[in-house]
Design a protein around this ligand. Structure first.
Ligand SMILES: [Zn+2]
Length: 564
């Protein structure tokens, strides 16, 4: 009997190395430079994936036992592997539409803008609308908004409306204003402003925030096919850049229906964490129908209401506690009424709906913290469907230093966009004065105060590229390496923090930290694979780094080698 046992043991010991001791994986990634965003095991060489989730993280040698006859083995040749990147604040349809309409990103001067518009007008039919987006005047000489009269020179007949990159302002030409019936006597709508020429009092073409709607509602609606195409184009661009989830910061049930249709058809694979605008009919519907969580194989969740509480800094629509330093007659404006917000916040707490609010100026941030606090006090944890509701403030750009600790205290998440800082810091000192910059884009101060800071791009307001955002977060310099007085270099984050900003922290902000956001066995297999080690290379080289592969739910959804 003893002999038999010994023989059996020898047999087992010799046979075992030939056979996988575990169920074979579908894919094994090996020879990777893996950063896991898991503090307990921060680095690895190999990952094994079975169906949609990770089954192993560790060394090449140990991964070998997951390789079976049908396992696909991907040699990463030392490329860097990160948990699938999440853009915590994006406007997906807008990203796609930017590809479809006149894309004015990178416009270098007024002349450049007019040349682009003229080229489009020359191809347009008589009376056809010309729409576009993406211009930003801060680097033009002089850095002044374009006017209707500028546009009239290249488009006297076709109506034109062109959104500033931030989406909080647009310039329309005279034909567009005429169609919309906007003239000297038109009053400013609530939450918006029709800019006027100082001498004549005539509208100069610039429409801020809600005032854009006066003209935009005259633009023929995009067709259903256009809207679907925009989503498809947006998704294609996002996955090619390495995004595995985007948190879609606003919109309507029309978007929800398009996403569902495209998921059902298998056309899109990107994860979307969706919000709809409120207060209003979309928010009411979400409150009545309840959330959708983890539909289409954990790709789609709808559980959030997006509120907009002020405008943007560039167009001086951000609501400040004091006047703008470069325009003492204004301090911006709030764009939501407290009496409409309050019942919705109470209802959201009772029904377990997340709320995220756009707040840029220090007055808007204080306003929304006050409103959140009031609602949280009115509905104690026992009466909430979700005791810790993880409400968010989107942007949290200029916050009075006294208000920063309130986020941690109330459990509010500041969701921030690093590229806004490196774009805005050129004009923020003049808009705000150096003193108010102490609480501006204060990423590190926020993190030290005890909150997580999910990172986003706000595309199409910004380019929407993960490497630009990562660079901006760790360098806090412009893309040429420039920074200046008042940029507060101490607010730059470490690379480890930046990695979390685009992985595990947005997962937390979406109640998904147990599901995804780090590379750990049991989590969904989302990976972003890059051409260089952004945790170590010189700052400026981060901007040259490219996504080589994107994996969502264990499936390679983008592979640069296959494409080129
Ligand atoms: Zn946004």
């Amino acid at each position: 009997m003893k002999l038999l046992l010994i023989v059996l043991s020898i047999l087992i010991l010799t046979l075992v190395p030939l056979q996988p001791r575990v169920a074979p994986a579908d894919i094994v990634f090996k020879n990777g430079n893996v950063y896991t965003a898991n503090d307990k095991a921060p680095q690895a060489q190999a990952i094994a994936v079975k169906a949609d989730h990770i089954v192993f993280v560790g060394t090449n040698a140990d991964a070998q036992k997951y390789v079976g006859a049908n396992t696909r083995v991907v040699d990463l040749h030392g490329n860097t592997v990160l948990p699938g990147f999440t853009d915590a604040h994006q406007h997906l349809s807008g990203v796609g539409q930017r590809e479809m309409t006149l894309n004015l990103e990178g416009t270098t001067s007024l002349e450049d803008l007019l040349a682009k518009v003229k080229a489009r007008v020359d191809q347009a039919k008589p009376g056809e609308w010309v729409t576009g987006r993406g211009w930003i005047e801060t680097h033009w000489q002089p850095p002044a908004f374009p006017t209707r009269w500028d546009l009239d020179k290249v488009s006297p007949n076709n109506p034109v409306i062109l959104g500033r990159a931030d989406g909080h302002g647009a310039v329309a030409n005279s034909a567009a204003l005429k169609l919309a019936g906007v003239d000297k006597s038109t009053p400013n709508p609530f939450g918006g402003e029709i800019s006027k020429d100082k001498q004549s009092g005539e509208p100069n073409g610039m429409l801020l925030d809600a005032a854009q709607g006066l003209v935009r509602r005259k633009v023929p609606p995009t067709t259903a096919a256009d809207a679907e195409r925009a989503v498809e184009l947006g998704v294609k661009r996002d996955i090619s850049l390495g995004w595995t989830q985007i948190q879609d910061a606003g919109g309507s049930y029309d978007d929800v229906n398009i996403f569902k249709k495209l998921y059902a058809a298998g056309t899109i694979k990107l994860r979307i964490y969706k919000a709809v605008y409120g207060p209003g009919p979309n928010a009411t519907r979400l409150l009545n129908e309840g959330p959708t969580i983890g539909a289409f194989e954990n790709r789609f969740t709808l559980r959030t209401i997006k509120v907009i509480s002020d405008g943007a800094l560039g167009s001086r629509g951000a609501a400040l506690l004091g006047p703008y330093s470069d325009a003492p007659d204004t301090s911006g404006f709030l764009t939501v009424k407290a009496e409409e917000l309050r019942p919705m916040l109470i209802d959201a707490l009772r029904k377990g709906i997340q709320v995220e609010t756009h707040a840029i100026g220090d007055r808007a941030n204080r306003f929304i913290l006050d409103e959140y606090e009031r609602a949280l006090n009115a509905v104690p944890p026992g009466e909430r469907k979700i005791a810790e509701p993880r409400w968010r403030v989107e942007h949290a750009q200029i916050v009075n230093p006294a208000d920063i600790p309130r986020f941690a205290k109330l459990g509010i998440i500041p969701s921030m966009q690093p590229s806004h800082a490196i774009g805005d810091l050129f004009f923020a000192p003049s808009r705000l004065g150096l003193e108010r910059l102490a609480g501006a884009y204060a990423w590190e101060t926020f993190i030290k105060s005890g909150v997580v800071v999910p990172g986003g791009s706000d595309a199409p307001v910004e380019r929407g590229e993960p490497m630009i955002e990562f660079y901006a977060a760790v360098a806090r310099k412009d893309p040429k390496g420039f920074s200046s007085e008042g940029w507060h270099p101490e607010e730059a984050v470490t690379r480890e923090q930046a990695l979390k900003m685009f992985t595990i922290w947005p997962a937390y902000a979406a109640f998904e930290e147990k599901l995804r956001g780090s590379i750990e066995p049991g989590k969904l297999a989302d990976l972003t694979i890059l051409s260089a080690d952004i945790m170590k290379i010189p700052e400026l080289d981060i901007l040259k780094t490219r996504c080589v592969m994107t994996v969502i739910n264990g499936e390679v959804v983008f592979d640069r080698n296959e494409r080129e």
